[in-house]
Design a protein around this ligand. Structure first.
Ligand SMILES: Cc1cc2nc3c(=O)[nH]c(=O)nc-3n(C[C@H](O)[C@H](O)[C@H](O)COP(=O)(O)OP(=O)(O)OC[C@H]3O[C@@H](n4cnc5c(N)ncnc54)[C@H](O)[C@@H]3O)c2cc1C
Length: 456
């Protein structure tokens, strides 16, 4: 995401001769539902690649948080009523590997990671200035000489490649991050959160005889059932043909670290949520045996330095974020947008490093904040029964006083918002943000300061 996003961002700023090296042989449709919130939609629209996401997304009109024991709604935010109105862009959730998707609404949607990937790849290649090299593993970085060692998996040959600038977007298991830590002489600080995640998808045809479940597939709403130390989040994707589910629970199987593809055990998953509402249990029981993914959720401390000479890191490589505020792709692509702008403002190659430092100075406070919000939401979502009951009591009161979600209004007072994403304050800060505007406004001052530092 961050790699193709950076390539597209640079190409749109007029740079040429951009090469992306990717270890995968094919850009397959790996992954499941992914969020395209308004702060990401704003960038994709400006880059002219929002249409694929829109066409392949599912409209999400309302985001609900529910109690895992009573199935009662604790908070409910009317996304369709305010996303476009407040932030100018819809909230899209991308869909699954199955591939056929139709547009459902001009307003708020959900989409697959593959659709987002496709929009970036197509957009980048269409510029005519980006070359994508697949099946190529970067095995070493040489920051001093701005070069990288690439292994061609097909021929088994290694080749050093030199460039004016390297952008490392090698994800959660980043080698570039390890290399930076080595240069800094400090260790990467990673903590097990004690939590693991399952990711599954349920096909509509398996639920076709169950009207209660079919309602969820057709609902255009997201559903987050929360309980002590556990939650289940689900939403329809592929125009309601699939229901995408991700969970969080105590890590009892010591799942694979930082993986998107490790398989988990279905019966263990079903047992973990044995006391959740009937409709949740029915959904979990419908997933095919070998389609349960499970991984350990680890909290990485933000990388202190993202730039070394003419090399910069983007995305999960420098700010891996827990999934609880669903901003992984958005933050990686905000990075990419900022990079394109800072680099477009310099006059010569010897200013690249200073421009990259401006990029780091603009981006790091925001991503540090996003990383900490995601960690806080993990605590907030998994509170004990007494805290949940207090929230429920307030929600019931709000419903009695105002008519609540049933009449289309929001139940999103911050005290009721056990899910931080249900708070409008957090959404404003995440979704109103315009990375292009911030970078344009702050560049001159920050760049001048960087040049001063270089002179000293
Ligand atoms: C397979 C996969 C499935 C995912 N599924 C989901 C999902 O369903 N929902 C969700 O919200 N998020 C998902 N994510 C995560 C989400 O895409 C990222 O958090 C987010 O997009 C940040 O983007 P990024 O560019 O930093 O990292 P990524 O999007 O993870 O991209 C990193 C890329 O670098 C490549 N790479 C890594 N090391 C090397 C190397 N040494 N040489 C060459 N290439 C290398 C990887 O193959 C990958 O394509 C998934 C990520 C992956 C890799």
């Amino acid at each position: 995401m961050g790699g193709m996003g950076s390539a597209l961002s640079l190409a749109r700023q007029g740079f040429t001769n951009i090469t992306v090296w990717e270890q995968a042989l094919y850009l397959e449709e790996v992954g499941a539902g992914i969020n395209v919130p308004p702060n990401l939609g704003r960038i994709l629209s400006r880059w002219g690649v929002m249409d694929i996401c829109k066409a392949e997304g599912v409209a999400i009109e309302r985001a609900n948080v529910l109690d895992c024991e009573t199935d009662e709604i604790i908070s409910s935010a009317a996304y369709s009523a305010h996303m476009v109105a407040d932030y100018g862009y819809p909230f899209i959730l991308e869909t699954s590997p199955v591939g056929h998707v139709t547009s459902t609404s001009p307003n708020t949607q959900t989409v697959h990671r593959a659709a987002l990937q496709k929009s970036l790849v197509r957009g980048a290649l269409d510029t005519g200035h980006v070359k994508l090299m697949t099946d190529q593993i970067i095995t070493e970085y040489d920051f001093d000489k701005t070069r990288l060692l690439v292994r061609n998996e097909d021929t088994d040959e290694d080749e050093w490649v030199q460039a004016d600038l390297l952008i490392c977007a090698d994800g959660i298991k980043s080698r570039a991050r390890a290399a930076i830590y080595k240069r800094l002489g400090i260790a990467d600080s990673v903590e097990d959160t004690g939590q693991a995640a399952y990711r599954i998808m349920v096909r509509r045809n398996l639920a076709k005889d169950d009207p209660e479940l079919l309602k969820l597939f057709s609902s255009k709403q997201s559903w987050r059932w929360i309980g002590e130390k556990r939650h289940v989040m689900g939403y329809p994707i592929n125009a309601g043909e699939l229901f995408n589910i991700s969970t969080s629970q105590p890590d009892e199987h010591f799942g694979e670290k930082d993986s998107w593809t490790a398989l988990g055990d279905k019966s263990a998953m079903v047992a973990t949520f044995h006391d959740f509402p009937e409709r949740v249990k029915k959904l979990l029981s419908l997933v095919p045996e070998h389609e349960v993914l499970e991984w350990r959720l680890r909290a990485h401390k933000p990388l202190p330095v993202w730039v070394d000479h003419n090399v910069a890191l983007v995305g999960d490589a420098c700010h891996p974020t827990l999934p609880h505020i669903a901003q992984g792709a958005a933050q990686a692509i905000e990075d990419a947008a900022a990079l394109g702008i800072v680099l477009s403002r310099i006059k010569s190659r010897n200013q690249i490093h200073s421009a990259l430092m401006v990029y780091q100075n603009i981006r790091k406070p925001r991503t540090d904040w996003a990383v900490s919000m995601a960690a806080h939401n993990s605590i907030s979502l998994h509170q004990d029964k007494a805290t949940r009951e207090a929230s429920l009591a307030m929600a019931r009161l709000a419903l009695a006083n105002e008519g609540g979600a049933e009449d289309g209004s929001d139940k999103e007072d911050d005290q009721v918002c056990v899910d931080k994403l249900a708070s409008k304050e957090l959404r404003d800060k995440l979704f109103q943000y315009d990375i292009a505007l911030e970078t344009e406004q702050r560049f001159d001052k920050l760049f001048a300061e960087e040049l001063m530092k270089q002179r000293d």
